[in-house]
Design a protein around this ligand. Structure first.
Ligand code: ZN
Length: 274
């Protein structure tokens, strides 16, 4: 009798461990690391490494060695030309040989003006999907409502300080054996977001919420309702005083729509596995 009870207890314990997020993460896990702003490192189950909007020298990044030793990077995705999204892409690209994936317009000027290695650039436009075989993943560029000019590193004394970067985009990242991630880029909420769940079931939405240059938490809550992700992680807030939206405001706005359970809040420098 005692033995039967012990067996039953063990079975219960094993079932609980198997269902815990940590146990699920151990098998074929995808790791998301947030540097701050819109900068992410995504490590895929196949061992690939993807950086999105890699501003690694952002003040909120607690790991100051990220740039000196970026480690393996297979792909760099840039959503638009603004400095807080192009970030340290050129330096990292030259150090790691990473392939840059961005829009055709921005890709051209990333080579011509910013100096990204020409043979390492793959371009597409909104609606297009690019394979990332070294990471076991593929990315679809989707609409974002924002700007996209690119700063000229050493502009002439009289003349423009920027060049065009085409249309801004967001990214839908499908990872083999892992989650599907929607990185909004910088954008307002837009009805185009209703299209996202018609093509992909989103596990994780990385959503800008700072306001002023993008949607604020109230508008972002509607974006979450339309994109229908399982989880939403806010980003692009708190880096500068003007990006005043907070995760608490997003939680309140989501709660009004019955969506507060979707919220995961991370701190810059943290990891999360899915
Ligand atoms: Zn931005």
């Amino acid at each position: 009798m005692l033995r039967t009870m012990r067996c039953a207890l063990w079975a219960l314990l094993l079932a609980a461990v198997a269902a815990s997020p940590a146990a699920l993460a151990a098998k074929g896990q995808t790791k998301l690391h947030w540097y701050g702003q819109s900068a992410w490192k995504i490590e895929t189950p196949s061992g690939g490494v993807i950086l999105i909007d890699p501003w690694l020298t952002v003040l909120t990044n607690p790991d100051k060695s990220s740039i000196a030793e970026p480690g393996r990077v297979d792909y760099i995705l840039i959503s638009h030309g603004h400095f807080d999204h192009v970030g340290n892409a050129v330096e990292i690209g030259k150090k790691t040989g990473a392939v840059l994936i961005t829009t055709a317009d921005l890709g051209r000027n990333m080579v011509a003006v910013a100096g990204y290695p020409k043979d390492k650039v793959v371009t597409a436009c909104s609606g297009g999907t690019v394979a990332m075989p070294k990471a076991g993943a593929r990315v679809t560029l989707v609409n974002a409502a924002h700007g996209s000019d690119l700063l000229i590193p050493k502009p002439p004394e009289s003349g423009p300080v920027t060049v065009p970067g085409g249309n801004p985009v967001g990214f839908v990242l499908q990872i083999d054996g892992g989650p599907t991630i929607y990185h909004t880029g910088d954008t307002d909420v837009a009805e185009d977001m209703k299209l996202i769940p018609m093509f992909n079931r989103i596990d994780v939405m990385l959503a800008c919420i700072g306001g002023n240059f993008t949607m604020d938490p109230v508008r972002a809550a509607l974006a979450v309702q339309w994109a229908k992700p399982t989880h939403v992680i806010p980003m692009h807030y708190g880096t500068f005083p003007v990006l005043a939206g907070t995760p608490e405001e997003l939680r309140a706005a989501l709660a009004k729509r019955g969506l507060a359970g979707k919220l995961i809040v991370m701190k810059p420098g943290e990891d999360r596995t899915f």
